[in-house]
Design a protein around this ligand. Structure first.
Ligand code: ZN
Length: 436
């Protein structure tokens, strides 16, 4: 059947998708919140929720909102499972979650990710298999894997943009590699973007449509959410806040410029400031601990980092006018010792109208932000056809293609066809990615 745009059935289908998408991204919403998010009337939402409940797509549980009884709508926990894989420079973290936004299993292990990409993928593959087995979820319920890597990812090709950051990964294609090992679609993004998604969906960025997540670790990066969407730029390098110039005659940065924000904030530049006074075996985590314990030298270093980050944030404010900045990474553990100076610099350097609406908050997810963001990435990109056409029907392919976030999703059909489960899998044609 060919549906004409504007016909009753295509309108109904569009409304179904709006409701499923809202719940998919938020985890759980009351019917009133669904109405607000989608712009649909309360009556329409009520009808659609009833229909989705009957088909087993959503579950409805009693809750309270503003002291009144309400019904919380979430996707059915057993409708499917998603996996997050986060490679840091020195750790691998994997989480398995369901579509109701519940994390069912999670584990991290130390690993020298830079040393060998092959070893990294081997370990990731093993850990994913082990955790999925531990949850008792059958493999055909797996909808996709979100993968975070600590480097810029080309949005179109999924290739790692800079091999100077991960030398052991030169020539690898992380999305394809993991997809062929696991036999499910893989979505990839850099760690700062995933941190932003993680905090937006699960943490301290909730409710903010325009936010920047600043991660200070071995480098400094920002994940930008603009009007509710991650902004990546065509080359995937948006948010490289670490290379804003603060001092033209400052130290030479790894990017080749001088005096980048990173040279005033990243561990490798900052820790040497404490070598003569505190010894050479410090880590950023330890500096933050000492600062919290009242060590004046470490407090000074943490405050200076905050001041410099604040300069970068002020630039970001003037350009993008976000409503919230979430500070992640180890440094967030310093709380107001770092956030105070960040706020001071923003007040000093940003134009008042941009600074006025901004709140600067610490991340609440700590080292889990990226792996939870990887789960959120799958939830964001999986499309609604997975849930609305469980038989794998492709009759709505045209609508699926128009969905946000699927422009880099190419060969789901090839992937689904190649998987051992073949057509039995719920994964529909055209809705999810694969790899080119
Ligand atoms: Zn630089």
């Amino acid at each position: 059947m060919v549906e004409t745009p504007g016909s009753q059935s295509s309108l109904h289908r569009a409304n179904l998708e709006r409701v499923v998408r809202a719940v998919r991204m938020a985890g759980s919403l009351t019917q009133a919140e669904i109405a607000r998010t989608t712009g649909l009337s309360a009556a329409t939402v009520s009808n659609i929720v009833r229909e989705l409940k009957q088909s087993g797509t959503v579950q409805v549980t009693p809750t309270s909102a503003g002291g009144r009884r309400a019904r919380a709508v979430s996707l059915s926990g057993d409708a499917g499972a998603v996996v997050g894989v986060d490679f840091g420079h020195s750790h691998l973290r994997v989480a398995v979650g369901n579509l109701a936004h519940q994390v069912l299993a999670e584990e991290a292990e130390p690993i020298d990710v830079d040393a060998s990409a092959d070893e990294g993928f081997d370990r990731a593959e093993q850990l994913v298999h082990r955790l999925v087995a531990a949850t008792g979820i059958s493999r055909e319920k797996l909808i996709g894997v979100g993968l975070g890597v600590p480097g810029p990812i080309d949005v179109e090709t999924g290739e790692l943009g800079s091999t100077s950051i991960l030398p052991g990964w030169a020539g690898t294609h992380p999305r394809q590699e993991l997809a062929s090992r696991l036999g499910v679609p893989v979505y990839v993004d850099n760690d700062a973007n995933l941190g932003a998604l993680g905090e937006q969906v699960w943490g301290n960025g909730r409710g903010a449509g325009d936010l920047a997540y600043i991660k200070v670790a071995s480098g400094v990066g920002a994940g930008l959410v603009i009007s509710g969407q991650i902004y990546r730029g065509p080359g995937g390098t948006a948010g490289e806040i670490g290379h804003i110039t603060l001092d033209e005659s400052g130290p030479v940065c790894r990017c080749g410029n001088r005096g980048c924000l990173e040279t005033f904030t990243a561990a490798r530049y900052v820790l040497p400031l404490l070598h003569s006074s505190h010894g050479t075996d410090l880590t950023m985590t330890r500096v933050v601990e000492l600062a919290r314990d009242g060590d004046p030298g470490c407090r000074r270093v943490v405050a200076d980092i905050g001041r410099h980050i604040g300069s970068g944030v002020a630039n970001l404010c003037n350009l993008l006018n976000p409503s919230r900045v979430v500070l992640g990474g180890d440094l967030a553990e310093a709380g107001d010792l770092v956030l105070g100076p960040v706020r001071d610099s923003v007040a000093r350097y940003a134009i008042p109208s941009a600074a006025r609406q901004l709140t600067v908050v610490p991340g609440t997810l700590g080292g889990r932000a990226e792996v939870l963001g990887a789960l959120a990435l799958v939830l964001s990109e999986m499309g609604d056809a997975t849930l609305l056409d469980p038989a794998g029907g492709s009759s709505h392919g045209a609508q699926v293609k128009g969905e946000p976030g699927t422009r880099r999703n190419r060969s789901a059909s090839a992937r689904a066809g190649a998987s051992p489960e073949g057509g039995r899998r719920r994964t529909p044609v055209g809705a999810v990615v694969g790899f080119s």
